[in-house]
Design a binder for this molecule. Sequence first.
Ligand code: NAD
Ligand code: UD1
Length: 314
Amino acid sequence: MARLPLAVVTGGAGFIGSHTVDALIAAGYRVCVLDDFRTGKRANLAQHAGSDKLEIVMCDVSHGIFAALAPVTAQHGPVERIVHLAAQVSVVASVANPLVDMAVNYGGTLHVLEYARAHGVKKVAFASSAAVYGDVATLPVAEETPTQPVSPYGIDKLASEYALDYYASVHGVATTALRFFNVYGPRQDPSSPYSGVISIFADRAKAGRPLTIFGDGLQTRDFVYVGDVVRAIVAAVSDGNSRLVANVGTGNEITVLELARTVVDLCGGKSTIDHAPARSGEILKSRARVDRLRDQLGVVAETKLVDGLRATLA
Ligand code: NAD
Ligand code: UD1
């Protein structure tokens, strides 16, 4: 049998990562997950138990990835493509602990890029964030908008984008940075106060417990379903583009208050909604311009919020 192309997914045991692994295996790749399981879970990859198409290697990417990948490449051949998702993902956690955030998020990206340079990896696709924009005057926000991050997390995602650009222009490593907006869907872990809002609201509303909104709830987000995000990731890591930066969102926004009411309604209306003080480092409004996603990556995020919420709640 011909050797399958090898793709590495850092953070592959996490929420977006495990869906990415599913899609890459379905697309004909052999996949190696590098994860240190700080938030990821082996259970997210249990559907591949016994498969010879998935290797899972415990590795903290902020300490380097050469040694972790050496036995895998000795057996399966060179790494062709890397999806780099491993990161500390909470904006408010980055405000509380900026040093850890920078070391993991920016440091991890540098280690991935060094590997890609040294081993001639054909493509690196990176999970950047809408947080690089900060608070912008005009929505939807296009990729050309000047970036002005307002959190350590936004700063280290932007620094990682600069590093991608440097490795592309100076060392010829082909890269794409995907600026994810607010991703949601099954397998998003609700267990931490720093978890994504939809995972927390869904978990609480299913149990009939109160939902807490930080601030007045009039802040908006562009919530994009994980299945749509994964199509963008697979396109980005497989194509021949380099130095592309693209938003990954729907082009729609909803207030957190309206989101809370929708989730409560979908769960039978038992939960109350309270308010707590707004969190620092957060942006107020967010909505993606998605022309580049469509034109350069051929992806339109088509899952309606209510359908995505139903799939998440199920
Ligand atoms: P997640 O926490 O479920 O996944 C992150 C994964 O990375 C976990 O499996 C975790 O164990 C692993 N990880 C963290 N630090 C690591 C390290 N040093 N070494 C190895 N593994 C490590 O979060 P997610 O929502 O799936 O996020 C994936 C990526 O997408 C992150 O880079 C995040 O910043 C980015 N992103 C997410 C969103 C969103 O709304 N969820 C939006 C924008 C960007
Ligand atoms: C999220 C992602 C971040 C990503 C960014 C891109 C997570 C944890 N964070 O950040 O990785 O880069 O989108 O746009 O996935 N809220 C409540 N009540 C709660 C929880 C949250 O009101 O119980 C509010 C927050 O104050 C915020 C909004 O919901 O206004 C969204 O919060 P959160 O899900 O943490 O995401 P972001 O900070 O937007």
